[in-house]
Ligand binder design. Structure first.
Ligand code: 13P
Length: 283
């Protein structure tokens, strides 16, 4: 089953090891669309939603292909896995910074991998700001994700106050440096960065394509300084924050924006399908 294929080691889904370049591809990086279901839905709704989602190109890495990943709540990962269509991947919303042991309530990266996850969200703003997760902690979570063979989807983004005081880019830069501290370029080949400005999450106030594109350039500038130009050009940088069926096309038409991390609209099958279709037009 494609849901058990690890994109970190699968050349078809890992741009770092995929040496075949489709001739008609306007953008170099494979689009990535994540549906972050957060703490929503119960089993019956989870199954209906999961069954409705399709990955263009069946997730096989061909033209028109999009990495489509759903991030259900932990209790439903094993429920969702068998009902996903070919190519739709499973992801965890978080993982522990510890490998295993006496950590009540936490979920280990190896457990996520074991239950069929290909990726994991690290440092979502609802955890940074709601639960006080620090960059130092997130760096350890990235280490656990990488050790388990999961694609880390590292979330960064400024608050409204930080943006209004002109510090958005400084915040993005410092979150990246802190969260990636201790990790070598060679270990991070599968990294995805999600730029999610806190003021845009769940507010209906989407970043303009210009603002999002500018923030994504900041992400790449920092990655270039930390690692290399080549690395900064191959990492996927996706946008999250009130992405919906109406604004997705405009955002995803920008060269800098490799995909989306979608909350509310990912709970509505037709809206999520429209966003995936917009991403598919990039490839
Ligand atoms: P919304 O799409 O509901 O704004 O949520 C975005 C988000 O936080 C995805 O991780």
């Amino acid at each position: 089953s494609t849901t058990t294929t690890n994109p970190a080691t699968n050349p078809a889904t890992n741009p770092a090891t995929n040496t075949s370049t489709p001739a008609a591809e306007p953008f170099r990086r494979r689009p990535f669309v994540g549906g972050n279901w957060k703490m929503n839905l119960l089993a019956a709704e989870v199954v209906a939603l999961a069954q409705s989602i399709a990955a263009p190109g069946g997730g096989d890495g061909g033209a028109g292909g999009v990495d489509v990943v759903v991030f259900p709540p932990f209790p439903y990962l094993a429920t969702v896995r068998p009902v996903l269509k070919p190519g739709v991947q499973l992801g965890g919303q978080d993982c522990s910074a510890e490998k295993q042991g006496a950590f009540t309530g936490q979920v280990g990266a190896a457990m996520l991998r074991d239950v069929g996850c290909a990726s994991v969200l690290i440092g979502h703003s609802e955890r940074r700001h709601g639960l006080g997760e620090t960059d130092a902690l997130l760096s350890r979570k990235i280490g656990q994700a990488l050790d388990a063979g999961l694609v880390p989807v590292l979330c960064v983004g400024e608050t409204l106050a930080e943006r209004e005081s002109g510090r958005a880019h400084e915040v993005i830069d410092s979150q990246l440096r802190g969260s990636l501290a201790g990790h070598a370029e060679s270990a991070l080949a599968t990294l995805v960065v999600a730029y999610e400005p806190v003021w845009a999450i769940g507010t209906g106030r989407t970043a303009t394509p210009d603002d999002a594109a500018e923030a994504h350039r900041t992400v790449r500038r920092t990655l270039k300084e930390l690692y290399s130009a080549r690395f900064s050009e191959q990492v996927r940088v996706i946008y999250g924050g009130s992405v919906n069926a109406r604004n997705a096309a405009e955002l995803l038409a920008r060269e800098e924006i490799d995909g989306g991390l979608v909350g509310g609209a990912s709970l509505v099958a037709s809206d999520f399908a429209a966003i995936i279709a917009a991403a598919s037009r990039r490839s």
